[in-house]
Ligand binder design. Sequence first.
Ligand code: HEM
Length: 398
Amino acid sequence: MSITVPRYGADIYSTAAILDPYPHYAELRELGPVVWLTKQKVYAVARYAECKQVLLDDETFVSGDGVALNALANRLGRGTTLNSDGDEHALKRSVLAHRLTPKALRTMGRAVQDEAERIVDAAIAKQWVDGVQDLATALPTSIVPDLVGWPKDGRENLLRWAGATFDSLGPFNRHALGSAKASAEMMAFSRRVVRERSVLPGSMGADVLAAADENRIERSQCPALMIDYLAPSLDTTIGAISGALHLFSRHPDQWQAVRQDPGLLPNAVNEVVRYTSPLRAFSRRAARDVEVGGVTLPRNARVLVIYASANRDRRQWQDPDEFDITRDASAQLGFGSGVHGCAGQGLARLETRTILEVLATRVERIEPAGPASYAVNNVIHRFDRLPLRLVAAEGTAS
Ligand code: HEM
């Protein structure tokens, strides 16, 4: 290891750091462009420029050996889109990419709108709500399982399984250990779904089976590919929607601005994802000796890319700790960047924007109504409780 690399001894995956990671990120950014995390024994890049460099150079910084911080998860994750490189990655992405093109999303827009209206009306009727359960969770869990084609009788565990899958991608700490069983259960269930061909007709899962039938992919890859789109689609979007509700409840002036001009919403969604960064960090392996920020990283080094820290780097953003829906937040890295940039971001944006749009027409004020708390998860940073009071707009039944 180069002696010029600063070291950071605190555990950024302790429960306290999971709940409040931002002071750690600030220290990492100040220490240098590359920092050695003594606890995890990996390099970390926490500044915007180096995060972007690593994400864009997918020939050097490979995902095929996994993006987790522990060997077991990296082995279990083999065969997913997330954990593949080059042509293999392009092939896997192509099997399902047509499902999430702008055209496909336009077709889904009506269903998302109807669900959002139903969910918002029910929440307004309650008035006192948990922003996580009543709003943020309700939309993705009503949209994505149908899209992916997960059988109706296997849905009660989905949220727990998907959260555990993210948790297992951290270092091999007690959070990851505790999640291993649930993550394995999800894979076992997915294998059964593929074996029994019990996916919903016309769904993404049906496309995956068809690709195997036509020998475009191997049948053994089907279970991983199904989980590929299900696992990352729930907690992340729940994080973005609940984060948005929290931020707008604390910034009523910006909520009024959105209510008056819904055209602000697409950029507001970028700003929400920048500010909240529901997915903290993933890693890469360096396939060769490579220079990053003046530091030479040795071949095979594991490098942690902290998206959430890049999104608060003052070298990139003015007043990065301020939430401001009028700033141009389009360069945010919350969805990653480069070839592995989030394949579901169109859907995530659609869901987040639509529920905010519906709320903006029907809810005058979103008020904090009690202490909020964060979920404890190695990779996902999101609320697990967010008490709010919704004050209906005049003319809206409540
Ligand atoms: C606000 C919500 C979301 C956030 C913040 C988010 C974040 C991310 C990030 C940071 C990556 C990059 C991984 C890397 O660099 O290795 C990623 C990849 C991915 N995301 Fe998302 N995601 C969200 C929603 C979704 C949804 C709704 C879906 C599915 C419908 C999805 C499916 C995927 C897939 C399949 C990949 C892997 C892409 C690849 O490796 O080529 N995500 N996501």
